[in-house]
Design a binder for this molecule. Sequence first.
Ligand code: PEP
Length: 253
Amino acid sequence: MKKPFIVGNWKMNLTLKQGVEFAGLLKNSLYGKREIICGICPPFVFLKEICKILEDCNVCVAAQNIHSERNGAYTGEISALMVKEVGCTHVLIGHSERRHIFHETDSFINAKIKMALSVTLKPIFCIGETLEERESGRTKEVIQNQLKGGLHDIRADRLKELVIAYEPVWAIGTGKTALPGQANEVHAFIRNTVADAYGKDFATSLYIQYGGSVKPENAKELMAQPEIDGLLVGGASITFESFLKIIEAVSKD
Ligand code: PEP
């Protein structure tokens, strides 16, 4: 049995003071809790301070993005090595807001995943279909293409620490959650697709998180699905109280 892996994506929210307070509260609340793995994705400029608060505890810190290049003339960008140096263990790659607002392509996402792996940052690779793609019956095709494009030319032995987050775009920040069965079906498809490419053992041990309007009220039911190994939470991770309620909902029987 895998431990649930619950990650909160703060996006472009909170002040440094609020973030620091949140991290301290989370550390205390999770002290000694071994049945769950938890993480947060603060904005870049909070990372150093928050990583310090959370070092040597069971909460991991993920950056919300990195650039695909190691270093160089990329004004305004942040490298994988920079976030690794301040203590991040994970990084979100291919979040739907990056794909849709900032026009990130599968090949750029693929280059970022390779860069993350090259510095031993663990990618949380986000994929998901839009409403129009779902309604035109193309969910599986879109998911398959995102998997193929994002993981192109990466061998299984380099992907041991990969996490995939299935986040239907129509459910992100909209209040519309995928029905637990709907999410489970796509998770099963993702796992089978990964099994075809990398083998059954790899696919079985792969963590696949669900994200899209996860709240304290629906977290337990989503996590009860056999193919859902964790949750990527946006809006409901911004206040400590609601994030903690989600953690508590999934860590209780
Ligand atoms: C997200 O941003 O990854 C997300 C799932 O957001 P929300 O929970 O607000 O839908």
